[in-house]
Design a protein around this ligand. Structure first.
Ligand code: SF4
Length: 370
C-alpha cells in the first residue's frame, strides 16, 4: 500500500517540497496518479521526492519525467533490491498543464467522453443484494459511506459551472440512501441517471421517493439474462423477477428505463435471448448496455482493468475519487481523497491522459499493467 504524505520534507536526497511513498505501485497503476496529483500542487522549481519499492519504477520514472518535462534531479537505492529514492524537479515551462488541448490516446479503446463532461457518484455503498461479481463490494452489511447532500450541492453547482453535462448516480443501491431525493434535486440541470437493481422502490417510503423524482431522470436497471437462471445465480434467488417488476413500475410511472447486463462471457445465444426479452419489455435498442465483468471487488474472474485499459470516467464517493466506477475498491485507481476538489480530480485525469498521449506519440512503453 502507498500513501502521499506531507511528513518529513527532509529525505536521503535532501530537503524537498513534498514526499510520496509509492510502496509497491508501478507507474502504470496508482503511482502515476499519485505523482500527477502531487506535481499539480507544486510550484515550478519545487522538488518532489518519491520512494518506491517497485523495481520497474527505476526504469519508468525517468522516462515519465522526460516525457512530461520534469527533471530527475537525483536518485539512490537503499539496497540493490531497493527501495529506491528519486527527487524530481518540477519544470513549469514544459510540464503538462491545463492549457494544452486534450488529445486521443492509443492506450484505450472506445470513445473518450471529454474530461469534465461526465461525473459518476457513488451515493452509498450498502445494497440489498450481494452480487458475486460486485465491483464495489456492496452488500447489506457494507459500510454505507453515504454522500452528504449538503456537500454535493456546491460540488454539483461547480460541476455545472465548469461545463459538466452528465451525472450518473450509482452504488450500492442508491435507493438505500434516505436522502437520495435531495442528491438528485441538487443535480438538477444535468442529465441525470440512477443505476439501480429496481428491487426496493415498489412500496412505502421508497415508492414515494421514486414517484417524486423528476421524469427526466433516467433509471438504468441491472438485468443480466432473459430468464432467471443466470441473473439469480449471480445476484440472488428471486432477484430477476423483482427486477422485472421494478422495470415495469418505473416504465408505468413515465421514466425512461435503460437496461445494463453484466456477463462473464460472450454467449451469443444468451445475448440474443436477452435482446428478445427486452424487445418484449419495450426497452429501446439504444437503451441497452451489455458489459463484461471487471476483475474488481468481489469478482473472482473477469476483465483486468487499469488506467491504461479504461477510458477515464471520474467517480466521486464519500471518501475519495477514482478513475472509473468499476474500480472504486482498487487503490491503484484512486485519484483523490476527501474533501473532494473537483478541479483537482479533473486536472489529475487530464494530466494523466496527456502523459499517456505523450508516451504514445513517442512510441515508448511507460505504463505496465499492475
Ligand atoms: S452489483 Fe449492484 S446490485 Fe449487486 S451488490 Fe453490487 S451494487 Fe448491489
Amino acid at each position: 500500500m502507498s500513501q502521499t504524505t506531507t511528513l518529513p520534507t527532509s529525505t536521503p536526497l535532501g530537503d524537498v517540497a513534498k514526499l510520496i511513498d509509492g510502496g509497491d505501485m508501478d507507474c502504470g497503476s496508482g503511482l502515476l496518479l499519485l505523482i500527477t496529483r502531487a506535481m499539480r500542487r507544486l510550484e515550478a522549481g519545487d522538488v518532489l521526492a518519491i520512494r518506491s519499492a517497485e523495481a520497474s519504477v527505476v526504469t519508468d520514472l525517468p522516462v515519465w519525467a522526460e516525457l512530461v518535462g520534469h527533471e530527475v534531479a537525483d536518485h539512490l537505492a537503499e539496497t540493490t533490491a531497493g527501495p529506491w529514492w528519486f527527487s524530481v524537479r518540477k519544470d513549469g515551462a514544459r510540464a503538462v498543464d491545463d492549457a494544452q488541448p486534450d488529445a486521443g490516446t492509443v492506450f484505450s479503446i472506445g470513445d473518450r467522453t471529454p474530461v469534465g463532461h461526465r461525473l459518476w457518484a457513488y451515493t452509498n455503498f450498502d445494497c440489498n443484494l450481494a452480487c458475486l461479481y460486485c465491483c464495489a463490494e456492496s452488500s447489506p452489511k457494507a459500510d454505507a459511506r453515504r454522500l452528504d447532500p449538503d456537500v454535493m450541492r456546491p460540488l454539483f453547482a461547480e460541476f455545472r459551472e465548469q461545463g459538466g453535462k452528465e451525472l450518473l448516480l450509482t452504488g450500492g443501491e442508491p435507493f438505500m440512501h434516505p436522502q437520495l431525493g435531495e442528491i438528485v434535486d441538487a443535480a438538477a440541470g444535468l442529465e441525470r441517471t440512477i443505476l439501480t437493481n429496481a428491487m426496493i422502490f415498489g412500496r412505502g417510503r421508497r415508492r414515494e421517493l421514486l414517484e417524486s423524482i423528476d421524469r427526466d431522470v433516467v433509471m438504468q436497471v441491472s438485468l443480466d439474462s432473459a430468464t432467471p437462471e443466470i441473473h439469480d445465480k449471480m445476484r440472488g434467488a428471486g432477484s430477476w423477477t423483482r427486477a422485472l417488476d421494478g422495470i415495469a413500475l418505473a416504465n408505468s410511472l413515465g421514466f425512461r428505463v435503460k437496461i445494463a447486463a453484466t456477463r462473464f462471457d460472450e454467449d451469443p445465444e444468451g445475448v440474443r435471448e436477452l435482446h428478445e426479452r427486452l424487445d418484449a419489455e419495450g426497452i429501446a435498442a439504444e437503451d441497452r448496455v451489455i458489459r463484461p465483468v471487471a476483475a474488481e471487488g468481489f469478482a473472482d474472474g473477469g476483465i483486468h482493468v487499469s488506467i491504461d485499459s479504461l477510458e477515464p470516467e471520474p467517480v466521486i464517493t464519500a471518501d475519495g475519487a477514482w478513475w472509473h466506477p468499476v474500480a472504486v475498491t482498487n487503490p491503484h485507481m484512486r485519484i483523490a481523497d476527501a474533501p473532494l476538489d473537483l478541479e483537482e480530480i479533473f486536472g489529475v485525469v487530464r494530466d494523466t491522459l496527456k502523459v499517456q498521449d505523450a508516451a504514445s506519440a513517442a512510441g515508448r512503453e511507460v505504463f505496465r499493467c499492475a
